[in-house]
Design a protein around this ligand. Structure first.
Ligand SMILES: C=C(O[C@@H]1C=C(C(=O)O)C=C[C@H]1O)C(=O)O
Length: 361
């Protein structure tokens, strides 16, 4: 006989679900109305507003009474907004593929599941897709646990007129994916070489007998593991769903605090949120003390520099270009006057974008 209390709670859940459904529908109708307003402006108004989405998520997490953890509230409302935005404008998001890579996981973290994801083969292909308006936005790795600093992305940012419209921080969890019966049956492990390096201790300890085979991406590794008997791949949860592989072991990375960063590239200028970052690239003729001269105003303004990267310049007149990330938005008063000072010393100066600071969640 069914437990009476259980039935009482199930009735309550049914009634609550009806309310949630009605509320979701009202919310979606509001988003649709906003979509019409955006569409009817004489000056084009962006449909996707990451700064607004960030505010929505943060407000709800702050208000969260429990028992659901903030992370789950974020994930659920991320999907609600994704579905609402799709009613306003179906979004095409290009990313560095193949499917099942961590870059795809970054797309879904930022945009939710209601976007059309377009995997492309190279980073320049992703830039081209956005430039030619075949995609609304593109996602590329910036500092990737599997490749370190992604120099290709920096080079493309330097050349292209696209802007950085967001950063996505993703905690990387490596899993051993396979259709083998057990760990002892695994004969070969495929992965990007950096992923193999990051799981070395675990692999030595639990499957010392397996042959380690580096391949071009963890997505590719999963694709191979799905067809080859007794093969395994190191990849994320996404790849396990996509290639139908079981997770033989989860969280096998030796360093558990492994976060990687991806960039959203697009054509959009975002408004300040109060918690933003600005990326810029500068250069000047090389002379002793150049870097100090370029950076001195940042220290004087007491602004946090979160990243500094130097790259050989393509044009011979400057030997190096410097990629700098600062806290603040280019339209914040203080940041604007700091940028004006840096611009005065630099012979080449370009703001790559101001965008909301990403969260690790
Ligand atoms: C509804 C809007 O459009 C989009 C959908 C949002 C939402 O569902 O809350 C938020 C920002 C936009 O990406 C809006 O601009 O407010």
């Amino acid at each position: 006989m069914a437990n009476q209390d259980l039935l009482v709670y199930r009735d309550k859940i049914d009634a609550i679900d009806e309310q949630i459904l009605a509320l979701l529908s009202s919310r979606a109708a509001c988003a649709k109305a906003i979509g019409h307003i955006k569409q009817n402006q004489t000056v084009a108004m962006p449909f996707y507003r990451p700064e607004r989405e960030k505010a929505v998520l943060e407000r709800l997490m702050d208000m969260n009474p429990g028992p659901l953890p903030d992370k789950e509230i974020r994930r659920l409302f991320r999907e609600v907004m994704s579905a609402c935005l799709a009613l306003e404008m179906p979004m095409d998001i290009a990313y560095l593929g193949p499917e099942g890579t961590y870059t795809q996981a970054a797309v879904l973290k930022q945009f939710g599941h209601s976007v059309n994801t377009v995997p492309l083969r190279t980073i320049p292909d992703v830039f081209k897709a956005v430039q030619s308006e075949n995609a609304h936005f593109g996602i590329v790795p910036s500092e990737n646990s599997t490749e370190g600093v992604v120099t290709h992305t920096l080079d493309m940012l330097l050349q292209s007129d696209l802007r950085i419209c967001g950063e996505i921080l993703l905690r990387i969890q490596h899993n051993l994916l396979s259709n083998a019966e057990s760990l002892s049956a695994v004969k070969a492990v495929y992965a990007h070489e950096q992923a193999l390096a990051q799981c070395r201790n675990w692999l030595n300890r639990y499957i010392p007998h397996a042959d380690l085979r580096p391949v071009s991406s963890n997505g590719k590794a999963a694709e191979i593991a799905a067809t080859e008997a007794n093969a395994a791949a190191i990849a994320g949860q996404m790849a396990s769903d996509f290639y139908g592989l079981s997770i033989l072991a989860a969280g096998i990375e030796d360093e558990t605090n492994n976060t990687t960063r991806f960039l959203v590239i697009g054509n959009q200028q975002l408004t300040p949120t109060g918690d933003d970052k600005t990326s810029l690239v500068v250069s000047a003729n090389n002379h002793p003390g150049l870097l100090h001269q370029l950076l001195e105003p940042i220290a004087r303004y007491k602004v946090n520099m979160t990243r500094l990267e130097s790259r050989p310049a393509r044009q011979a007149i400057w030997e190096y270009v410097f990629f700098i990330d600062l806290e603040g938005h280019e339209h914040d008063e203080k940041t604007a006057s700091l940028l004006a000072e840096i611009k005065r010393t630099a012979s080449f100066f370009k703001v790559l974008g101001s965008y909301p600071v990403g969260t690790v969640f």
